[in-house]
Structures are given as C-alpha cells and as structure tokens.
Design a protein around this ligand. Structure first.
Ligand code: FA5
Length: 388
C-alpha cells in the first residue's frame, strides 16, 4: 500500500471508480444468484467476498487516497460489500431450505407400504404352554430337568418297570433308531437297514418324558422335586387328537413320607394356578408300570363347571358334556423304580404325573383339531396374541 498522496485522484484508481465498484457488485450478485448448490455458493463467496475478491483488493487501496476522497470511496465499497454479504445470506438460507425440502422428498418412507421382509418370528403357543405349565411347578419349588430325545431303551422302558414283552415296546408304538456306532444292540438289533433292523438296537426315540424320572433319580440328590417338559415320539397316525411327535410335561417328587395326599395336593395346586381356584379334581384308577397305584387325573370342566351334565343344560364342547376333563396320568412311584435307581423304598416314596401339552392347550383354548398345533399356519399362532 502506498503512502497518502495529496495529489491522488480516486477516480483515477480504476478499482475504486464508481463504475468498477458497480461492475464488481453486479458480477458478485450474478454469481450468487447463479449458485444452485451450497458448494457453488461457497465458491461464489470466496471469489467475491474472500481475501482476493476485487472489492477487498479495491478497499485496500483506500488508505492511499487523499483524506477528502477516503470517505466517499469507503462508503461506496462498504455499501457494495454489505450488499454482497446480504445477498450471500439470503441465497444461503434459500439453498438450505431447498436442500432440506429435497431430503424430505428423497428420503421419504411410506410406512404404509406392504413389506416383503421375513418376519422375526415368535415362540409357538405349544412352547408357551409348556413353559407356562413348567412355571407353575417352578413356583412351587420344582427344578426343571431335561433328557435326550434319542434315549436308551433301558431308561425309556426297563428302568421304568416296562418289561421287554410289554406292548408299548413294539414297532407300532415305538420308533427304534440305529446305534450311533452301528454295533448290535443288547437284543441283537443293528443300526443298519433290514427287517426289523432297529428293533432291539437298544436305542429309541423316547415315547414319553418318564425316562427323565430315571435320569433325575440317578444323578440328583434326594429329596427331589423336578418337572420335565419335552418332545416325545410315537409310531402313531396323525388324527384329530393324536400326533406322532408331541410334547409332554412330567413331574416327579421323591422325599420321605410322601403319600397320595401330596400327589392330590400338587395336582390341585397346578389346576388352581392354571384355571383359578375352585375347580375340583378327581383321581380314577389306571395302570402305568412305573407307578403303583396309578391314576387318571381329571379336573372339573373350567367352561361349564359340570353344569352341562344336568338334564336340559346347554351342551359343552370342551368336556363334551361329561363335566370332567382328563388332564394327566399319575401315581405313586413304583418301589421297583426306586430300587432300579438305588433308592431305599422303605425310606423314600414319591409321586409322578405326566400330561400332554398339546392336549392341555386344546382344552384350555377350545381347539378341536390337534393338527392345528403342528400345521405351522401363522394364523393359529396369532390367535394366541403372538407378535410376529
Ligand atoms: C404316559 O406317557 C406316561 N408316561 C404318563 C405318566 C407319567 C403316568 C408319570 C404316570 C406317572 P400316556 O401314554 O397316557 O402316559 O400319555 C400322557 C399324555 O400324553 C396323555 O394324557 C395325552 O395328553 C398325551 N398324549 C398321548 N398320546 C398322544 C398323542 N399321540 N398325541 C398327542 N398327545 C398325546
């Protein structure tokens, strides 16, 4: 910058001439107006309001003007620069608004559109029922015990006092499987193909959850209170009330001094917890090789409460107007089972019960076809309030 010069004529300094300042202003306004993006506007700002912008350079010349010319030149350049900044501010606001509006359009999501993603899934009503049944006993102090679905014949039958000639062992009821090592089983059955190759392999798909009784008695300390939900397999045809693969839940208590009264108490507490207090239960004689005496547990129908048996009453589809619903097999643990597990039957006694989970679900919810529980139709699950 040159020193003040009294003879300096501002009009002669081209950059400060009114025409030049106007031209610079117009060029700046045009560039600002032409900027169609925020990046372009930034470039325009640097070009017309940055350190090297014509008006900035012209302003640097003002110091060299004679005093009488400084004010005039400073006012004109300052006004032009203010006008440019104002225009930049307005354009900036406008371009930001445009950008926001565009984002709203391009990133718009129509939440009402149908979607094709695979739903996450939810637990099946049968699983939920099994857990709910087990929870009732866990709340009473029982532990959950589990066992394998491919089971040794000894656990599934022998130890439960089901002798080798018992009809339940025959092919129509039991699915025998090959031994993993392909060796002959205790009764000579190999793990290969042939007729009947698996029979006698010593390995079965468990036909009930009762082998978990034996596994628990052999591995857990006494006294013992366990509940065992799980999948079981039978060589049965599918019909309205039978599945070849279904769930059972087993209860077992072994302690000193347990009697049938304890069994009844446990069953009553179970029914009270599931259906609310006030429904009676009854035991009728039955036969299971592993319990002695054995019984069938029924509960008063939770829908008609026994009213449907009265003459002229409306029929009840839940209990088929019988007034009672069979819910479980049960009994006092056969002393032979205790002996097979090395337990002194003179000191300890026990009770056990087992029920079908799908059948319990059908009873509780008025489901007529057991098939509905395995069809995999999501509409069945949704009726139970599943979030899928
Ligand atoms: C047993 O399996 C015994 N282990 C139960 C038991 C345990 C008795 C402890 C005494 C002490 P059962 O074969 O009756 O018993 O079957 C028990 C329940 O399983 C039946 O009451 C029924 O609810 C259900 N169930 C039986 N077969 C089927 C089937 N094919 N499909 C669906 N549920 C079935």
């Amino acid at each position: 910058m040159s020193a003040p010069n009294k003879n300096y004529d501002p009009v002669a300094v081209t950059a400060l001439s009114a025409a030049e300042v106007d031209r610079a202003l117009e060029a700046a306004l045009a560039a600002i107006e032409a900027a169609s993006t925020l990046d372009e506007l930034k470039e325009a700002r640097l070009a017309h309001d940055g350190d090297k912008a014509p008006l900035r350079l012209a302003r640097a010349e003002i110091g060299a003007l004679p005093p009488e010319a400084k004010a005039d030149a400073g006012r004109r350049v300052g006004a032009a620069m203010n006008r440019i900044r104002e225009a930049i501010g307005q354009r900036q606001a406008q371009l930001e608004r445009n950008r926001d509006e565009q984002v709203l359009v391009t990133e718009r999501v129509d939440v009402t559109l149908p979607f094709d993603r695979t739903p996450e899934g939810a637990r099946h009503p049968v699983t939920m029922t099994a857990e709910r049944l087990a929870d009732v006993f866990v709340a009473m102090g029982y532990e959950v015990a589990e066992g394998p679905e491919v089971e040794a014949e000894w656990y599934n039958f022998d130890a439960l006092n089901i002798p080798p000639d018992h009809p339940a062992r025959e092919m129509q009821d039991t699915l025998f499987v090959a031994r993993p090592d392909g060796e002959p089983g205790p009764q000579g059955g190999y793990g290969g193909t042939g007729s009947p190759p698996m029979l006698g392999s010593g390995m079965v798909l468990r036909t009930h959850t009762s082998p978990v009784q034996i596994r628990s008695l052999l591995t857990r300390p006494l006294p013992l209170y366990v509940v065992s939900p799980g999948k079981v397999y039978r060589n049965e045809a599918l019909d309205a009330t039978h599945l070849p693969v279904f769930y059972q839940i087993e209860g077992l208590a072994v302690d000193e001094g347990l009697t049938m009264a304890d069994l009844r108490g446990a069953i009553q507490a179970f029914v009270d917890a599931l259906f609310g207090a006030g429904l009676r239960t009854r035991l009728r004689p039955d036969y299971f090789p592993f319990t002695e005496p054995s019984g069938d547990v029924s509960m008063e129908c939770h829908v008609c409460r026994g009213e449907s048996v009265k003459p002229g009453a409306d029929p009840c589809r839940i209990c088929r107007s019988m007034g009672w619903i069979e819910i479980a097999g049960c009994g006092m643990v056969n002393p032979r089972v205790l002996v097979a597990c090395g337990i002194d039957p003179d000191r300890y006694s026990g009770f056990a019960f087992g029920l079908g989970v799908e059948r319990a679900l059908m009873l509780a919810h008025g489901v007529n076809e057991i098939r509905d529980t395995v069809d995999g139709d999501v509409r069945f699950s949704r009726a139970f309030g599943m979030e899928i």
